[in-house]
Design a protein around this ligand. Structure first.
Ligand SMILES: Nc1nc2c(ncn2[C@@H]2O[C@H](COP(=O)(O)OP(=O)(O)OP(=O)(O)O)[C@@H](O)[C@H]2O)c(=O)[nH]1
Length: 376
């Protein structure tokens, strides 16, 4: 009897459609959204799809009874629950431990998964969770953040975004938004989507009822995967979407109640024609983070670094933390100029523009000394 032959590749599974076999890191999707927005409904619908057969789920419940766990059908093994507190604060360490232990069990052959979805509590601030995924050395070696999916309720969304800072922040940092409950007669999807566009203009929005969404539209985004050359770069830099959002915002400013949380969040695009010296750009980022790090909800874009002509640097940050910079081989669309998208809370665009000008030696139009003004 001959020796059994080693398979040269794993047998294909339905999940292959979303997986990248060259990718040694496990993608992690952070699923967030305000209380009752429909996260569990979406997750349940997703887990019923064959494409998600090889998904492990980490559910965080705030409160004593982990109800979501009971609602989610699926292999007990694949669903891990953290119920001792809110993921964004006390359980952050548990998240690191849980993901680490999932990895060990996978390496030991006890469980098999090729993707993780972390469902946060409705009150979670997703930024610290993203920080753990990006900066914890153990996690960074094994996992990569695939993207942030935020569920927004098409019925209550407009009010919630205005009243709840957590909800506005969850939507501001989203890479994909799922607008839930669009089947209900009270749903106002156009209104909620228009509101979302004001502070996250280029985010793709999927409308759903009872969690029915094509998994490929919200998972397998590869946003933070240097090997995949950031496929979403063109979408982030959709300058028209930003210009439209700003025009709309300026036109309606007088109507805004400054206490509304969604009105305090702004998105804008900063562009520069001339290459920027690496040291100057680093200093710009350092000053920005030191002064306004907490209000810098999301920064992403391409930078023309003088020392690397022809190779744009991809910049991607959430609050205080930036991903290691990756250089692309060429400028998408052939246009070599710095374009940075900012999603911020209460930071005027002019302040950021002046800071950048001051550090790159550009003159402000009004002849004022920008460093003096920033110091004021
Ligand atoms: N009609 C309708 N109801 C929905 C839809 N999505 C969610 N719901 C209902 O909304 C309620 C809240 O949904 P969940 O999925 O539990 O929301 P959640 O975001 O997980 O809630 P928390 O875990 O409490 O934050 C439930 O009663 C769902 O059945 C939808 O698309 N259409």
């Amino acid at each position: 009897m001959g020796e059994p032959t080693e398979p040269t590749r794993e047998d294909p599974t339905p999940g292959d459609a979303l997986a990248d076999r060259r990718d040694p890191l496990i993608p992690v999707t952070v699923l967030t959204g305000f209380l009752g927005s429909g996260k569990t409904t979406l997750l349940k619908a997703l887990l019923a799809r064959p494409e998600l057969a090889d998904t492990a789920v980490v559910v965080n419940e705030f409160g004593e009874v982990g109800l979501d766990h009971l609602l989610l059908e699926g292999s007990e093994e694949q669903i891990v629950e953290l119920s001792s507190g809110c993921l964004c604060c006390t359980v952050r360490w548990d998240l690191v431990e849980t993901l680490d232990s999932l990895w060990s069990r996978r390496a030991a052959g006890e469980i098999a998964f090729r993707r993780i979805v972390v469902e946060t509590t409705g009150l979670a601030d997703p930024a610290p969770i993203l920080h753990s995924l990006i900066s914890d050395p153990r996690l960074a070696r094994r996992y990569r953040l695939d993207g942030v999916v935020t569920v927004v309720d098409a019925v209550a969304g407009a009010e919630t975004l205005g009243r709840q800072p957590e909800a506005a922040k969850q939507a501001a940092v989203a890479d994909r938004i799922v607008l839930s409950k669009t089947d209900l007669p009270e749903a106002r999807p156009d209104e909620v989507e228009a509101l979302l566009r004001r502070f996250n203009p280029s985010v793709p929005v999927e409308r759903a009822s009872h969690g029915a969404v094509e998994p490929g539209r919200i998972l397998g985004l590869g946003l933070f995967d240097p090997a995949r050359k950031h496929p979403d770069v063109a979408a982030w830099l959709n300058a028209e979407a930003f210009a439209e959002a700003q025009a709309h915002d300026q036109g309606h400013r007088h109507l805004h109640d400054v206490n509304r949380h969604d009105a305090r969040i702004r998105a804008f695009c900063v562009e520069r024609e001339r290459p920027i010296a690496s040291a100057n750009f680093s200093l710009f980022l350092e000053l920005l983070l030191a002064n306004r790090g907490a209000d810098l909800l999301r920064v992403k874009g391409l930078v023309d670094i003088a020392e690397n002509p022809g190779r744009p640097a991809v910049l991607h940050g959430v609050q205080h933390l930036f991903h290691p910079v990756v250089f692309l081989d060429a400028w998408p669309g052939g246009s070599a100029r710095t374009r940075l998208v900012f999603i911020v809370r209460d930071i005027p665009q002019a302040w950021i523009e002046k800071l950048l000008d001051a550090l790159t030696g550009e003159q402000a139009d009004d002849g004022a000394d920008p460093l003096q003004e920033i110091a004021r």
